[in-house]
Design a protein around this ligand. Structure first.
Ligand code: T5A
Length: 224
């Protein structure tokens, strides 16, 4: 039976270093592990038509899309890429995601809009492929001093703290997360006071098992 590649997601709060670390993980896969077939996707993808609407919402605080509409656009932005991701995995590619479903649910939940509970928020993402490993970059304080923080709509300290709480609520609900147990498909990496290199080491360590051990047959996916 042919083997598919692995789907690895880097999630986290704003400016915790996801994009930096995704690029470094791609380098580790290619250069250290000699895996040639590696692709990276970033959500939101701001380049396509839906992504342009999302970018307008994030960068212009007077943009008046409703909370429900922007939530559905973020989800649609993921659905736009899922067939490509599935095909790549089936062709043996390792696919690294920079944000995905968890961000979609956590940021919307943090707004505490009546009716937008966890089930409502997750519903439009049901059927998307679940990552084989999710690495969540967290911090003890917000990264408000890092370059660019505050430029976009959600980069406010109180809101970021609420988003963090919501991420853990989702991990508990859909991945049975609890602090005491080791989770094979979810790793929490605290970036507080860590250099870029130290965070990469923690990520490499967290991904070791999934990268070296487990194999998946083509078309054997779990879904949200
Ligand atoms: N969103 C997203 C939703 O509401 N719903 C959704 O469904 C999705 C997918 C944009 C916003 O959209 C929301 C969440 C966001 O608020 P985005 O495009 O991912 O999402 O946001 P970006 O602004 O591109 O990314 P982030 O703010 O999340 O930044 P990163 O990727 O976490 O951080 P990175 O790697 O760009 O690094 C930021 C800076 O910090 C430095 C880097 O060099 C860089 O200057 N840095 C470090 N400095 C010191 N020590 C370290 N360890 C460092 N690591 C990185």
């Amino acid at each position: 039976m042919a083997q598919r590649g692995k789907l690895i997601l880097l999630e986290g709060l704003d400016r915790t270093g996801k994009t930096t670390q995704c690029e470094r993980l791609v380098d580790i896969l290619k250069e250290t592990m000699k895996i040639e077939k590696v692709k990276q996707f970033k959500f939101p993808n701001r380049e396509n038509e839906i992504g342009k609407l999302i970018n307008g919402y994030l960068t212009n605080s007077s943009n008046s899309l409703s909370d429900q509409a922007i939530h559905l656009l973020f989800s649609a932005n993921r659905w736009e890429s899922i067939n490509e991701i599935k095909n790549l995995l089936n062709e043996g590619y390792y696919v690294i995601l920079d944000r995905y479903v968890y961000s979609g649910v956590a940021y919307s939940l943090a707004k505490e809009v009546e009716g937008m509970d966890i089930d409502w928020c997750l519903n439009c993402d049901k059927g998307l492929i679940k990552p084989d490993l999710t690495i969540f970059l967290t911090n003890d304080k917000t990264n408000k001093d890092r370059e660019g923080f505050g430029d976009e709509r959600y980069e406010k300290i109180a809101f970021q703290l609420k988003v963090k709480e919501k991420f853990f609520e989702i991990f508990t609900k859909i991945d049975n997360y609890n602090q005491e147990t080791q989770h094979s498909s979810l790793a929490i990496v605290n970036v507080t006071n860590k250099t870029i290199e130290e965070v990469t080491d923690l990520i490499a360590n967290a991904s070791k098992n999934i990268l070296t051990n487990k194999q998946y047959d083509v078309n054997s996916f779990s879904y949200f």
